[in-house]
Ligand binder design. Structure first.
Ligand SMILES: O=c1ccn([C@@H]2O[C@H](COP(=O)(O)OP(=O)(O)O[C@H]3O[C@@H](CO)[C@H](O)[C@H]3O)[C@@H](O)[C@H]2O)c(=O)[nH]1
Ligand SMILES: [Mn+2]
Length: 357
């Protein structure tokens, strides 16, 4: 049986790393009492709360947190017609928070994710570990069998080419979950009582050319390096699928990171995921995606970006054209999604005009 940590009595993290360079994005439909447990680690940071669902509902935020909150009315006011690319009634709405942020780094977390305990019983400061992951290089070009070579007490193993040991910049840090694992609906239905109790003390770079199913509930990234690719797609209300938001983003992000020579890491930190969403509701949301992804994955595996695509936006627009050309045959949804990918970039660039170099 795995339990969340008890953070009562842990002093506030006054040395909060990157305090003024990082925003925490939380998609929510409920009061944010969960922040009480995170207070020692997260209170020094600015929060961007994306309130989904009924904008007339008031979201209670615990005292002492510095935040900005956006509901659907705000999104519509800020983006105008371009708001059509931001999902409604799905956690995918969180990507609006990435767009309005002005910071270099983003940490996004779900409101049913709590502080985990490591095997020694110590409370895990997930944000601190994400920052460590982002601030040190990745090694996507050659697999280091002793995992993260930049970690204290580890290094590159014999045979690792010295020419590759400098590594590449890290764009994404993908954390994991104790207790309720991020399983798809069929797996949830078959294994309703399964809990993840295994804490694996490792961080790995996902090799170049390998895709992965990115989960958005415990995720951090360098907004300057990869932000424009972190679009969580068209999900939820009025859309034929849900719960493919983060994974869609992850496939686009990985293809672009591979193309631009950026790194993606997975492993530590863990959070404690407390609530299993309803597997039957999830099955309805995922149903079409389970079929479609058998074509979507080969599409991303064979996606080749041109050498002229040197910015994330250029890569993303090229990808959107490929989606329209090669995936629309699966379902007209992909035609709509490809257009929404373009709208997203237009909105991103409108809110984040390129500063003169
Ligand atoms: O309509 C909604 C529903 C929920 N939210 C907020 O989004 C997150 C996640 O919600 P929840 O924990 O209920 O759902 P999970 O199934 O555990 O979510 C994980 O699965 C993936 C689904 O896309 C996703 O990557 C994970 O988040 C909470 O903060 C809810 O408050 C919402 O905004 N709108
Ligand atoms: Mn959850």
């Amino acid at each position: 049986m795995v339990e969340p940590a008890n953070t009562v009595g842990i002093p506030l993290n006054h040395a909060a790393l990157l305090r003024d360079e990082l925003d925490i994005v939380i998609p929510t439909i409920r009061n944010l009492d969960f922040l009480e447990m995170w207070r020692p680690f997260l209170q020094p940071y600015h929060l961007i709360i994306v309130q989904d669902g009924d904008p007339s509902k008031t979201i209670a935020v615990p005292e002492g947190f510095d935040y900005e909150l956006y509901n659907r009315n705000d999104i519509n006011r800020i983006l105008g017609p371009k708001a059509s690319c931001i999902s409604f009634k799905d956690s995918a709405c969180r990507c609006f928070g990435y767009m309005v942020s002005k910071k270099k780094y983003i940490f996004t977390i779900d409101d049913d994710c709590f502080v985990a305990k490591d095997p020694s019983g110590k409370a895990v400061n997930a944000l601190e570990q994400h920052i460590k992951n982002l601030l040190c290089p990745s090694s996507p070009l050659f697999f280091n069998t002793l995992y993260d070579p930049y970690r204290e007490g580890a290094d590159f193993v014999r045979g690792y080419p010295f020419s590759l040991r400098e590594g590449v910049s890290t764009a994404v840090s993908h954390g994991l979950w104790l207790n309720i694992p991020d399983y798809d609906a069929p797996t949830q239905l078959v294994k309703p009582k399964e809990r993840n109790t295994r804490y694996v003390d490792a961080v790995m770079t996902i090799p170049k050319g390998t895709l992965f199913p990115m989960c958005g509930m415990n995720l951090a990234f360098d907004r300057d390096l990869i932000g424009p690719a972190m679009y969580f797609g068209l999900m939820g209300d009025g859309q034929p699928i849900g719960r493919y938001d983060d994974m869609w983003a992850g496939w686009c992000v990985k293809v672009i990171c591979d193309h631009l020579g950026l790194g993606v890491k997975t492993g530590l930190p863990y959070i404690y995921h407390s609530k299993a969403s309803n597997p039957f509701v999830n099955l309805k949301k995922e149903y079409k995606g389970i079929f479609w992804q058998e074509d979507i994955i080969p599409f991303f595996q064979s996606a080749k970006l041109s050498k002229e695509a040197v910015t994330v936006q250029q890569c993303y627009i090229e990808l959107s054209k490929m989606v329209k050309e090669k995936l629309s045959a699966i379902d007209p949804y992909f035609d709509k999604l490809a257009d929404a990918m373009v709208t997203w970039i237009e909105a991103w660039d409108e809110l984040n005009p390129a500063t003169k170099a």
